[in-house]
Design a binder for this molecule. Sequence first.
Ligand SMILES: Nc1ncnc2c1ncn2[C@@H]1O[C@H](COP(=O)(O)OP(=O)(O)OP(=O)(O)O)[C@@H](O)[C@H]1O
Ligand SMILES: [Mg+2]
Length: 232
Amino acid sequence: MLSLSNVHVHIGKLHILQGVDFDVGTGEAIALLGRNGVGKTTTLRAIMGLARKSAGAIVFDGKDLARCAPHEVPRRGIGYVPQGRGIFPNLTVLENLNIGLPGRRDALREEYVFGCFLRLKERLRQSGGTLSGGEQQMLAIARCLMMRPRLIILDEPTEGIMPRLVSQIRREIRRINESGVSILLVEQNLETALRLCPRVLLMEKGTIVFSGAAQELRSQPQIAHRYLGVSK
Ligand SMILES: Nc1ncnc2c1ncn2[C@@H]1O[C@H](COP(=O)(O)OP(=O)(O)OP(=O)(O)O)[C@@H](O)[C@H]1O
Ligand SMILES: [Mg+2]
């Protein structure tokens, strides 16, 4: 459903993405891993039209996203939860949830989303900035779900979050995927990635250097060690 071919991004004189190729299939959950600064976030931003590509193609459901303005990409069915969450601290949970949605409130959808995140339901009128880090992450995911995406892109959703909420967020991501939504997950945590995603991409210096089954990384720890510097 999403396909990147030979995507290049230059920022100033820096050649950040140097030919990125991968596909995400319908209903698939796929992880993108790599050390700090290799270009993971830039890849996601390129998909969302927030980083301008200098070459290559990004196609979603058969349509080239190049002709899409950044605000149109979510309407095409791609939800994006950026690194560092990006919720509005001075708006309430409910206001954050509905921001950017046109027209009347979608009560049915709200109910569904709060059903996923009961912690948020108990905090409807609390301002976003007073939520814990993990709750803010849930709110960012919940807001994304309001748009009924077919693919959700998450940039390090469990970064800096306490373990108890990490497992809750993991569970929700799995449930979202089981409901038929495709997932593209950028992760630092190899274990989280392997648990949620049957297929894994490893990135180094702006290109994909490994694409394979999570099982392969489990059985060949030297691959992860080489590209991530971890011994799993
Ligand atoms: N707007 C920008 N201006 C200048 N350099 C940038 C910009 N955005 C990204 N870069 C550089 O591009 C490289 C890739 O950044 P990116 O954020 O994609 O890395 P990342 O893989 O997401 O890293 P992390 O794991 O730390 O989040 C980095 O060296 C970064 O400094
Ligand atoms: Mg990043």
